[in-house]
Design a protein around this ligand. Sequence first.
Ligand SMILES: Nc1ncnc2c1ncn2[C@@H]1O[C@H](COP(=O)(O)OP(=O)(O)OP(=O)(O)O)[C@@H](O)[C@H]1O
Ligand code: SF4
Ligand SMILES: [Mg+2]
Length: 403
Amino acid sequence: MSESYNTQKPLLEIKNLKKYFDKSRGLFSKEKRFLTAIDDVSFNIYKGETFGLVGESGCGKSTTGRTIVKLYEPTAGSIIFDGVDLATVKEKDMLPYRRKIQMIFQDPYASLNGRMTVTDIIAEGIDTHKIFDDMPDPNKAKQERIYELLESVGLKKEHANRYPHEFSGGQRQRIGIARALAVDPELIICDEPISALDVSIQAQVVNMLEDFQKERGLTYLFIAHDLSMVKHISDRIGVMYLGKLMEVATSDELYEYPLHPYTKALLSSIPVPDPNNPNKGSRIVLEGDVPSPINPKPGCRFASRCEYSKSVVYRNEGSKSFVDRLEGRIARVTLLHPETNELIVKSNQVITREIAEYIDSLGKDEFVVGRDRCFSETPELIEVKKEHFAACHYINDLDGTGK
Ligand SMILES: Nc1ncnc2c1ncn2[C@@H]1O[C@H](COP(=O)(O)OP(=O)(O)OP(=O)(O)O)[C@@H](O)[C@H]1O
Ligand code: SF4
Ligand SMILES: [Mg+2]
């Protein structure tokens, strides 16, 4: 896809999509606890492109895929497919879209019904969508189609009457791909289709998906937790962290010029065989806890681990006292009492008046706190460069000196 993305009409437009799971403890519990699996996520996928979605385990990638196909009902937002907002389409009217949008599931062991033969598994969609019902001999047409599909995914006719447990993980994933292709979809959500496979098989499956894309003009949402897996296949990539999209750019741009501190950390953790690769060397080790996705606090989701979310309060600056300037800020270091080792304040904890006075009494000249906006305002995804989006308040000032 060489054309500028801005000039095309998207096949899929995700707008402010949210999926919250209710984790309230009891039916009558006063405190509502929502797990914000996806929180205000927006992106487009253009016809014929592969959009890669990456991020660590639990950041909401599968939930995004499952909400798009409405295996999960969205909490809010739009899922506009070919001009129709699927979020507003009732379950009984979803059938035609279920044909156009298929999903390849993350776990090839759990996603195939062990009691069905390969033929039954692939035929299910063909039957549901009555694909050959107008043919003179629908059963024959269906069987031929199944053989053809098996061959195209590198399996054999003889496999048609076998059961999933008779296959390896790679072969099962091929069956999953044949099942998705059987109904001639337009968009396939590939949820980590290669993560469970041996490295030697991963490339074969990726190549196969690419061939199908060329032959059939397919569009993919390709989910992976590792950036190295999506680079090759993706035209553009979205980086997710704790339910939020942090960066979106073309694959090459994201690799060459990552902007977001989280993307930089993800990229630096990939072993780099190529000595000319710009991300070689400086490995960023992510420190700090991943915050809970339940009732998240305002601010940037990455703040507790971001090296740029730090700023320093000095004893001798401005007119207000050191204590006044520390109170209410977020500590970005853990402070233990120098003699007793007693915990005074933990990193990412609010500095109370009492703690501020304690820090003051230790005679420290400076203390590392969080940049206020990182901990109080959630950054929006904004276009920083042409077709390169990032969600960070300080994206143009990431030298660590701001306050
Ligand atoms: N059906 C569900 N009910 C409640 N919580 C859920 C459900 N599905 C997912 N979650 C939660 O939503 C968050 C996102 O999960 P999701 O499976 O989308 O992550 P993921 O990015 O696909 O992770 P992985 O790389 O491990 O597959 C997690 O905190 C998870 O526990
Ligand atoms: S908003 Fe703050 S915490 Fe978030 S990425 Fe930017 S600098 Fe880091
Ligand atoms: Mg997943």
